[in-house]
Design a protein around this ligand. Structure first.
Ligand code: NAD
Length: 558
């Protein structure tokens, strides 16, 4: 095994356990893949059946077992168990079948897995830090199996996907996201730490469930919550000083508050706000290549003004400003409808800061259809999470207003999408540029196959994480996400566009993440935010830090 100082490959030979301890180390285990020589010298003889298999053969067997499972949840459990036994094989399988397996380890199946977490719970992974650990969070962090966690995905379980407050069951989300960091960007699993902060739950169903694995109390809020998070962030700096913290699936108010409080003080970001915004911006940039209308001429109307919607709005404004459009003018191109109607001054009332930034001068109207009439948008973006709001009438109106209307139905899961891909193409004579949050199959319309884009955050966050880790950035800035968005958009080929695709193919995800990592690290070095000296060859430097799921030869021992 090799070890380069400061690289993202963690092991030295001195770490190597032997015998049963080696078979119980998922990061090092090869199962039937250990060679004769290794079996003899690492005290494995007799602990494994005699035949030796190559990793390719093992992966083939695992794939057959995976495909034999009858439900998505069983497939999820199978992959989780494989991850707990042999991570190298798990990542080989995942990377080679990313389009088939991503919907299992992440949305939509991960949502079902979180709901069932109490009953499918077999083996703990990650750290649960409960409000009862207040005062000794650093001590709990030190219980983690290694002392060099570098990428931490943390949730408090309050808003898990579109499923609401799942308390401690939310742990499935950080685990799934970190698996994507490794599969899609090659961050070594050794450095990945999933954390669930358990501050209670307000979900009555869970509170009365005898199998619920979390604290059986109402959520702690206010000053006690803030103090707990502050202690967590301080302890992180102390115990894992090189770590990047990704906030994930926090409730709307906490998500914005925590991001604003820590964004400039710690190496952290919020994927629901910034990752979503970057992936949607990349989609809009690609869409302009299809519509022939530049970004500065787009007018966006959002259905939903929460983390996703206002995050996208902010990055759209940033992008226009980068192109020389004054801030006020850029903001005038973003309109929002929330649960009460169009966000206009005339409406009055108190608004949280993320919404107040987008209040427009206009007539107050209650419905989305009326808002379309007033705003005459070039793009409508659905992020309310309440289901089919883009009716055929609204879609037809968009087609009347624009030669190529942009329709993004980003709400998850599929049942919450504002419209389906087929509905969007049918109502717009196949002229719309469509993207969704959940995957939709290609649509045949009047003899042409349209391939709907999926604005999946996985296009952005693994590459951003890799770039930030490789440069050891002190903070993760909005400029890094904007660079990531432009880099992602630049990967879309003319051939992709010819099929209506505004995102590149997912099977290119490793190379996409690498390009994004380079753009993010470049930003870190240029702005003086990197804690590592700038390498001569940045691409080679990042490549050297990437984990490939292949077995290392553990012998000869020193
Ligand atoms: P959020 O709770 O922060 O925001 C939801 C917003 O919708 C709020 O502004 C709320 O006022 C508004 N809303 C609720 N009911 C409404 C109604 N009847 N009419 C109009 N507006 C209404 O949630 P979020 O994090 O912004 O996520 C919203 C949706 O976006 C979810 O379905 C989520 O799955 C999806 N999302 C998709 C992606 C992606 O595609 N990459 C990423 C993140 C979020």
């Amino acid at each position: 095994m090799h070890q380069t100082s400061d690289s993202l490959w963690p092991f030295g030979r001195h770490d190597l356990p032997t015998g049963a301890a080696l078979l119980n180390s998922p990061l090092l285990n090869k199962l039937t893949g250990f060679s004769e020589h290794e079996r003899d010298n690492l005290r494995l003889r007799g602990l494994l059946p005699p035949r030796i298999f190559t990793m390719r053969e093992q992966a083939e067997r695992s794939l057959i077992q995976f495909r034999r499972k009858n439900s998505a949840l069983e497939k999820y459990v199978f992959l989780t168990m494989l991850q707990n036994r042999n991570e190298t094989l798990f990542y080989r399988l995942l990377l080679d079948h990313i389009e088939e397996m991503m919907p299992i380890i992440y949305t939509p199946t991960v949502g079902e897995a979180c709901l069932e977490y109490s009953s499918i719970f077999r083996h703990p992974r990650g750290l649960w830090i409960s409000i009862r650990d207040k005062g000794r969070v650093a001590e709990v962090l030190r219980n983690w199996t290694n002392h060099d966690a570098r990428i931490i995905v943390v949730t408090d379980g309050e808003r898990i996907l579109g499923l609401g407050d799942l308390g401690a069951l939310g742990m499935g989300i950080p685990i799934g996201k970190l698996a994507l960091y490794t599969a899609c960007a090659g961050i070594h699993p050794y450095y990945c730490l999933p954390i669930c902060l358990d501050v209670g739950t307000d979900n009555e169903k869970l509170l009365s469930d005898p199998l619920y694995i979390g604290l059986q109390q109402q959520r702690v809020r206010g000053a006690a919550y803030d103090e707990f998070i502050e202690e967590f962030m301080q302890a992180m700096k102390l115990v894992f000083p090189k770590a990047l913290v990704q906030f994930e699936d926090f409730g709307n108010n906490n998500a914005f508050t925590l991001l604003h409080r820590y964004q400039d003080k710690a190496c952290c970001f919020n994927d629901d706000i910034q990752g979503t915004a970057a992936v949607a911006l990349a989609g809009l940039i690609s869409a302009t290549r299809l519509t022939g209308r530049p970004l500065r001429e787009q007018t966006l109307l959002f259905f939903g003004a929460g983390e996703a919607g206002t995050g996208i709005g902010e990055y759209f404004v940033h992008a226009l400003m980068e192109e020389g459009v004054p801030a006020a003018e850029a903001r005038r191109r973003c309109w929002f409808v929330d649960s009460k109607g169009l966000l206009v001054r005339e409406r009055g009332g108190q608004l949280p800061p993320h919404k107040a930034a987008f209040v427009q001068d206009g007539k107050f109207v209650r419905t989305f259809a009326e808002a379309v009439e007033q705003v005459k948008p070039t793009a409508i973006i659905g992020v309310a999470g309440v289901g089919p709001a883009f009716t055929p009438d609204i879609l037809r109106r968009m087609a009347a207003l624009n030669p190529r209307p942009i329709i993004f139905a980003l709400s998850n899961p599929t049942s919450k999408a504002e419209c389906t891909a087929a509905e969007a193409y049918a109502a717009t004579d196949g002229r719309c540029v469509f993207a969704s949050g959940s995957p939709f199959a290609p649509v045949e319309y009047h003899g042409k196959t349209h391939v709907p884009g999926q604005g999946n955050n996985v296009y952005i966050f693994p590459g951003v994480g890799l770039g930030a880790l490789a440069s050891q950035a002190t903070t993760v800035t909005d400029a890094m996400f904007l660079a990531a968005a432009r880099t992602l958009a630049a990967q879309v080929t003319e051939d992709d566009l010819a099929h209506g695709l505004i995102y590149p193919h997912l099977n290119l995800i490793r190379s996409i993440s690498m390009q994004i990592a380079v753009s993010v690290a470049t930003e870190a070095y240029q702005r003086g935010l990197a804690r590592r000296p700038q390498p001569k060859d940045l691409v080679a430097d990042i490549k050297a830090q990437v984990f490939e799921p292949v077995y290392q030869d553990y012998l000869p021992l020193p």
